[in-house]
Ligand binder design. Structure first.
Ligand SMILES: *[C@@H]1O[C@H](CO)[C@@H](O)[C@H](O)[C@H]1NC(C)=O
Ligand SMILES: *[C@@H]1O[C@H](CO)[C@@H](O)[C@H](O)[C@H]1NC(C)=O
Length: 221
C-alpha cells in the first residue's frame, strides 16, 4: 500500500514535471529583438536583446521567404529557407518561426526530424506526398493538394516528396520553436564527422561493408 502510494506520488510528480517542459521559454517582456551585431561573448539560450527603445518595425519584418531557394544546390532537389534571428530578429524568444520549402520536380525532403519543434505545413504550389512515422512505427501519409495543411508532431521522422514529375512544389511551414533544429536520418547515419563505425552500420541496416561504402559515397560522406 505504502509503496504504491509512493510510486503514485512519484509518477504524478513526473507527469507534472513533463507537462511543464516547454520547447522555448516564455518571453518576460513584449519582445526581445535579437542583437545580431555584437555576438555575445558567452553562449546563451537564444540571442541577446537590443535596448527595447531602439526597436523598430524593420525588426519584425523580413522578405527572406519571398524568393525561391536554389533546389539544384541540394542532392535531393529541395531548398529550405528559414526565418531566424539573423533575418528576423524580432522573433527571438517568441517560440515560433516559419520556413519556405521549394522542391524541384521529383525532388524529396528526405526523412528527417526537428528535435525542438512541431511543424505545420501548407502547400501553396504543386502537389506533395507527405508523411510521418510515430513511435509505434505507424506511418501517417497523405497526398496534399494546393491549400492543404499537414502537421508533423515534434521529434517524429517525416518526409515531403514532390510526386509531380513536371512542376516544382512550394510550401510554407510554421514551427513551435525559434530554433527547430533538423536531423536527417540518412545523413546522420552515413555522413557524420567522424563517421559511425562501419560495423555499427552493417549491423543496424543488415548490409555489408560495400553497401556502407556505397551509401556513404552516394550521400557525399
Ligand atoms: C544553384 O546551385 C547550383 C549548384 O550549387 C549552382 O551551380 C547554380 O549556379 C545555383 N544557381 C543560382 C541561381 O544560384
Ligand atoms: C539563419 O539562417 C541563415 C541561413 O540559413 C544562417 O546563415 C544563419 O547563421 C542563421 N542564423 C542563426 C542565428 O541561426
Amino acid at each position: 500500500m505504502r509503496t504504491s502510494s509512493t510510486f503514485a506520488r512519484f509518477f504524478i510528480g513526473l507527469v507534472l514535471l513533463l507537462g511543464l517542459a516547454k520547447p522555448d521559454p516564455d518571453p518576460l517582456q513584449d519582445y526581445c529583438i535579437a542583437n545580431t551585431n555584437t555576438p555575445p561573448p558567452f553562449f546563451m539560450n537564444g540571442a541577446h536583446c537590443i535596448d527595447p527603445s531602439l526597436a523598430s518595425t524593420t525588426h519584425f519584418v523580413t522578405s527572406a521567404l519571398s524568393k525561391p531557394g536554389n533546389t539544384t544546390a541540394s542532392q535531393f532537389g529541395y531548398s529550405v529557407t528559414i526565418a531566424n534571428t539573423t533575418n528576423l530578429p524580432g522573433l527571438n524568444t517568441m517560440g515560433l518561426t516559419m520556413s519556405r520549402i521549394d522542391i524541384a520536380r521529383d525532388g524529396l525532403v528526405p526523412p528527417h526530424w526537428h528535435p525542438r519543434a512541431s511543424e505545420v505545413t501548407t502547400l501553396l504550389k504543386g502537389s506533395l506526398l507527405v508523411g510521418f512515422v510515430d513511435t509505434s512505427n505507424r506511418l501517417f501519409t497523405q497526398q496534399l493538394r494546393v491549400g492543404d495543411s499537414f502537421v508533423f508532431p515534434k521529434g517524429l521522422v517525416h518526409f515531403l516528396f514532390n510526386l509531380d514529375s513536371v512542376g516544382p512544389a512550394m510550401c510554407l511551414s510554421g514551427f513551435s520553436s525559434q530554433a527547430p533544429g533538423l536531423q536527417s536520418a540518412a545523413l546522420a547515419s552515413f555522413t557524420s564527422k567522424p563517421g559511425i563505425p562501419d560495423e555499427v552500420l552493417r549491423a543496424a541496416f543488415k548490409i555489408n561493408g560495400q553497401d556502407v561504402a556505397k551509401i556513404r559515397r552516394n550521400l557525399g560522406g
